[in-house]
Design a protein around this ligand. Structure first.
Ligand SMILES: Cc1cc2nc3c(=O)[nH]c(=O)nc-3n(C[C@H](O)[C@H](O)[C@H](O)COP(=O)(O)OP(=O)(O)OC[C@H]3O[C@@H](n4cnc5c(N)ncnc54)[C@H](O)[C@@H]3O)c2cc1C
Length: 399
């Protein structure tokens, strides 16, 4: 088997990278180790409107289950900061159907797909790559000019290429469960020691069922399961509305802080595999898809030129960092800053944001894909002294 480009991993990012490589004239093979695309699911499926359009799809009823316009953010003392985006900001989707849709779009663009095909070895050079796979248990070698590693948080391809690891991995857990939503237009976020170092969430699928989960840094004091049990049973607001049991359970790692380098001779790394995930939310579809398009274009061009050297592929690194690098860096600093606050400090911070002026500003400038825009507005000298006091620490830590 010989292709211009082989993409490892048929998640949303791999499917998009494969499609863009094919649209740019390359012969492309997309391989997936599982027997089924989009399964198992490791995601809440809360996709910003921008994330969906970045994937070149319309938010249609076949995969959209609910729409969301804001968040109720609960401080550790269970006070609520109501953030209303004023219009649809995100959709709650079936990731299984969404992922399959993206792979179908790749196939329509001319991509070959091989399921039950796991990449197990890689022999790289500046021109031809030899990828060893187990296809339905049988060893094979696939040759290609360029390999795109879109193989998720535990990326083999990044490791086999000597590109190391992302800066940090969170351990995420979530159940889909009976839960009476107060308002299906709002997600709920739980800050502080209920999910130290990140946050907990409920995301309504409808008024009777929500996805309830949290993430904590790997190596936290307790296991994520314990924190989830506590959220379900000890948080008064949650326990009063949780109906018990679970319809589904999801575990997964959330990589934060991109790889220092995402290219090597013959190889590009993209999506979760590269740590291209928003550190403030753990969302990786918008960022991953944006980078996947660049990866597909550069891989196709490099294959046509028969130059897969790191030097040639570096165009990908430069372009994705120019588009998203600064936002991911600022996001990482916000993540570290918020994770370092005590419950009392979080109570004070969120409490002091609960004023009409600040809530209006969040409505106007809040952007789940670009939180730095809001932070800058909150820090504007035209804001009141009280607000400046609240955010001075942000300024020092983040900018
Ligand atoms: C609990 C949780 C909740 C989340 N919620 C959200 C959310 O609401 N919104 C959001 O935007 N993001 C969310 N994310 C993050 C999101 O799921 C990821 O950013 C996204 O799936 C990344 O896509 P990807 O294509 O890079 O990787 P993946 O979706 O992980 O796909 C990688 C694919 O590669 C395959 N693969 C791996 N190794 C090999 C191999 N050696 N050979 C062949 N195939 C291989 C895997 O089977 C998989 O199909 C969440 C993550 C977690 C853990």
């Amino acid at each position: 088997m010989q292709y211009d480009v082989v993409v490892v991993g048929a998640g949303p990012v791999g499917a998009t990278a494969a499609r863009y490589a094919a649209l740019n004239g390359a012969s492309v093979l997309l391989i997936e180790e599982h027997a089924s695309v989009g399964s198992p699911v490791g995601c809440t499926g809360l996709l910003s409107t921008r994330a969906i359009s970045e994937c070149d799809v319309e938010p249609t009823n076949d995969f959209v289950l609910n729409s969301v316009r804001g968040a109720h953010v609960y401080s550790p003392n269970e006070n609520c900061l109501p953030i209303d985006g004023g219009k649809i900001k995100a959709y709650v989707v079936s990731r299984k159907i969404f992922d399959r849709k993206l792979v179908k779009m790749a196939v329509d663009a001319g991509v070959d797909v091989s399921i039950k095909t796991r990449a197990v070895g890689l022999d790289r050079s500046k021109r031809l790559q030899k990828l060893s796979v187990l296809q339905d248990g049988v060893s094979k070698t696939i040759t290609s000019n360029v390999i795109i590693g879109a193989d998720g948080v535990r990326s083999n391809i990044a490791q086999m290429s000597g590109l190391g690891q992302v800066q940090k991995v969170l351990s995420g857990i979530q159940i889909e469960a009976p839960y009476s939503s107060n308002d299906t237009g709002f997600v709920e976020l739980f800050m502080g020691s209920q999910a130290p170092g990140f946050f907990g969430w409920t995301v309504p699928v409808n008024d009777k069922v929500s996805r309830i989960g949290l993430a904590v840094p790997l190596g936290s004091e307790s296991h994520a399961v314990q924190y989830l049990n506590d959220l379900l049973n000890s948080n008064q607001g949650v326990s009063a509305r949780y109906g018990g049991g679970a319809l589904d359970i999801v575990y997964g790692g959330i990589p934060l802080g991109p790889l220092e380098k995402t290219v090597a001779d013959g190889v590009l790394i993209v999506g979760d595999a590269a740590g291209q995930v928003k550190p403030t939310s753990g969302g990786g579809i918008y960022t991953g898809a944006a980078c996947a398009k660049i990866a597909g274009e550069v891989a196709a061009a490099a294959a046509t030129e028969e130059d897969a050297s790191e030097n040639r592929l570096n165009e990908y690194e430069k372009r994705w960092r120019a588009k998203l690098g600064r936002e991911l860096n600022i996001g990482m600093k916000i993540h570290e800053f918020m994770g370092g606050l005590s419950d009392a400090e979080l109570d004070e911070l969120l409490g002091s944001m609960n004023t009409p002026a600040i809530l209006d500003m969040i409505t106007e400038y809040g952007d789940m894909d670009h939180p730095s825009i809001l932070i800058k507005k909150l820090l504007s000298p035209t804001n009141s002294r009280q607000m400046m006091n609240v955010f001075w620490a942000f300024a020092k830590a983040v900018l």
